[in-house]
Write a protein that binds this ligand. Structure first.
Ligand code: IVH
Length: 668
């Protein structure tokens, strides 16, 4: 394809993708399926890889990330990012109203705009010539970090707008509640500790070094302020409308109020309702609508005088702890659960709360029969904050933590340094068996959607399935012997199981459920080792050589392959016809410029991620190796490469090249 043809194709793809993106995020319409959308994006990425100088900063391919930032540059804010003074009561709000009245010319009417106080991370976005130029965190208010590449992955954020004059937009990056739950479910699924709350996860995510990882977090943002170079807008309301019409995500929950009474009503209305929003909030922000009046009121050293935040107090209730029960997760992790006398809290009835682990029980000194305080703050899940010791019934026993698994009676273990107890009977404990099979059939793994939780339970209880490999021994007769199954449903199930045999090696590797091996890690292991035989042989030291594979994962992988039961399971899955090697025909050959050349890629790069570089090497006919030997042709070195590698390469007289040299090699 000529460059001119590629330019035309790329432009066409970009405008199509931008159109569907706008329809989806602005107008709530999905006109094409996720699959079709991904295909368009994939075509764009492939063309941009082939013609790197046609890749622009506003390309929708930026949404999937791929830039590695070693350390974030500092950005000095054009206008300081101040914070808001907090208030906690109706009286505080009335005082604020009185101060406004005093600060404005006598008798001048004024209006308020009330907004949600989103509990995320403040962000500042600078646009020039209609393009997103800089995204920065708040930092200390005077200067923050340049996180532009990461911000570009936020899908609802337009990278290009129809407003050519320079302007700044501010808002809050957040992790939607459902996305937070999903990330935690995935973490629990692979045996990781769940994250504590959405706000911290959002703030950690926006500062990750690999923007491809940020992209996977699916952050979102609400914008709430527009700063023009040459102000034209008279009110905050018109600024919000302008933001909205430029394509920014503005929460529709804001309201114009004519009096502090109306503000108080808004505050009261959202006190319970806020739990239904997709984002965690911790209060309301009240702003003066008129820009002129904002100017008159001005700022104190730290806060604007024209705005204030009302913080909701976490709602409290007292109830009785009826019992402590224990749940066993797929990985054997034990979670203690507080069973409570039902109590009304912030619009819902609370009956249960997580007690996390033995340390938490000890810290609270919580005992069955205790009067306990339950609290619901910005977060959806209520927590137990303490015990009312004054009401402790005389003589109730201190809580002794469970010693044996509630499901299979195996003595529990707790590894040094870990807070959680585990049931070590991984291959025979019922919830662990069923959890393993549920993990195996999930969409990201073997994608057997003809099976569900209930069917798996029936199959297990009837003794047909105790490991994923047993699924491949199912027959129509076996399924028909279960209650409620007919020919059609049986053939559906078997069809789904049969289809799973076409799943990729990466999917199978994720599906077998090695602790700490999530989808991304499975992809990295598959790309590196290419087949199960090589992975089985891998030593701890081979594994930690792979970027992003740390000690914990390496240990877990070697442990997994040292257990004979696991090896038998893999053999059975192989015999059943599952794929245990990478399908090399998947790799699209772009050129043979690097034919017969071998590369080791090491360090951190600016234009491409390490994985992208490896793909480029392979798609141009080259080979990637994991360690330096005399057979190696090139060491492609980025920043922060270990000194030992460099010394070794120099000793062996190997060509050391940087990213620019490499780009020239594939461009020629
Ligand atoms: S306006 C002069 N509006 O709250 C400050 N801030 O304490 C103007 N926040 O750093 C900020 N929701 O991170 C504003 N609707 C909203 C907000 C909001 C959340 C955060 C923001 C800011 C902090 C101020």
């Amino acid at each position: 394809m000529s460059k001119a043809e590629a330019t035309e194709k790329i432009d066409g793809l970009k405008s199509k993708i931008n159109y569907y993106n706008r329809q989806y995020y602005q107008n709530d319409k999905s006109e094409i399926s996720d699959f079709e959308f991904d295909q368009l994006l994939q075509s764009l990425i492939e063309l941009e890889t082939q013609f790197p100088d046609l890749k622009t900063d506003d390309s929708p391919s930026q949404r999937v990330g791929g830039t590695i930032t070693k350390s974030f540059d500092t950005v000095v804010h054009q206008h300081a990012m101040l914070s808001l003074a907090n208030t906690y009561s109706k009286e505080d709000l009335e005082d604020f109203d009185a101060r406004i009245k005093k600060g404005l010319p006598e008798g001048e009417p004024f209006e308020y705009i009330c907004e949600q106080k989103f509990d995320g991370v403040a962000i500042s976005l600078t646009f020039e010539d209609g393009q997103l130029k800089i995204a920065a965190t708040r930092g200390d208010g005077i200067q923050g970090d340049n996180i532009t590449a990461n911000a570009r992955t936020i899908r609802s954020l337009p990278l290009q707008v129809a407003h050519l004059e320079k302007f700044e937009v501010r808002g809050e990056v957040y992790l939607p509640k459902n996305q937070f739950e999903k990330i935690n479910a995935e973490r629990i699924d692979i045996g990781e500790e769940p994250y504590a709350n959405a706000r911290n996860t959002a703030s950690g995510s926006i500062k990750m070094q690999d923007s491809a990882e940020v992209s996977k977090r699916k952050l979102d943002c609400f914008l709430y302020s527009l700063i023009e170079e040459n102000p034209t807008l008279n009110t905050h309301e018109s600024a919000l409308e302008q933001l909205q019409s430029l394509g920014f995500n503005v929460s529709p929950t804001y309201k114009k109020c004519q009096s502090i009474q109306e503000v108080i009503e808004y505050v009261q209305y959202w006190e319970d309702k806020r739990f239904e929003l997709p984002v965690e909030t911790d209060g309301i922000v009240i702003k003066i609508n008129s820009m002129d009046q904002q100017k008159i009121l001005g700022f104190t050293a730290k806060n604007p005088r024209w705005a204030i935040s009302y913080k909701y107090k976490a709602e409290n209730a007292q109830t009785k702890l009826k019992d402590i029960t224990y749940q066993v997760g797929r990985t054997g992790a034990i979670t203690p659960v507080a069973e409570l006398e039902p109590v009304h809290l912030a619009g819902t009835t609370v009956k249960r709360a997580s007690l996390h682990n033995a340390n938490e029980i000890e810290r609270l000194d919580i005992r069955i029969g205790d009067a306990v305080y339950v609290e619901k703050g910005g977060e959806i899940i209520p927590k137990i904050t303490g015990v009312n010791f004054q009401e402790r019934p005389a003589g109730i026993a201190a809580t002794t933590y469970l010693t044996n698994c509630p499901e299979c009676n195996t003595p529990l273990v707790r590894k040094e340094g870990e807070a959680v107890h585990y049931c070590p009977n991984h291959n025979h404990c019922p919830p662990q068996i069923m959890g393993k099979i549920e993990h195996f059939i999930q969409r990201k793994a073997l994608n057997i959607d003809s099976l569900g939780e209930k069917t798996i339970q029936q199959l297990f209880e009837n003794g047909f399935v105790t490991t994923p490999a047993d699924l491949y021994t199912l027959t129509t007769d076996k399924i028909l012997s279960l209650e409620g199954f007919k020919e059609v449903s049986a053939s559906n199930i078997l069809g789904g199981i049969e289809k799973s045999k076409t799943s990729s090696f990466e999917a199978v590797l994720f599906g077998i459920g090695i602790r700490f091996v999530g989808k991304t890690v499975a992809e990295k292991l598959a790309a590196h080792f290419k087949n199960i035989a090589a992975l089985k042989q891998a030593k701890f030291d081979d594994l930690i050589e792979i970027p992003d594979i740390g000690d914990r994962i390496a240990e877990s992988v070697t442990q997994y392959f040292s257990e004979s039961e696991n090896l038998t399971e893999i053999e059975r899955l192989e015999t059943a016809g599952l794929c245990f090697e990478v399908d090399e025909s998947d790799n699209k050959q772009v050129s043979n410029l690097l034919d017969g050349k071998s590369f080791v890629v090491s360090g951190v790069f600016t234009t491409y991620s390490r994985d992208e570089l490896k793909e480029l090497i392979q798609s141009n006919g080259g080979k990637t190796l994991s360690s330096i030997s005399s057979k190696l042709d090139f060491l492609l070195a980025g920043d922060k490469m270990g000194p030992a590698k460099k010394t070794k390469a120099e000793k062996l007289n190997i060509n050391i090249i940087d990213e620019d040299d490499f780009k020239k090699m594939i461009e020629s």
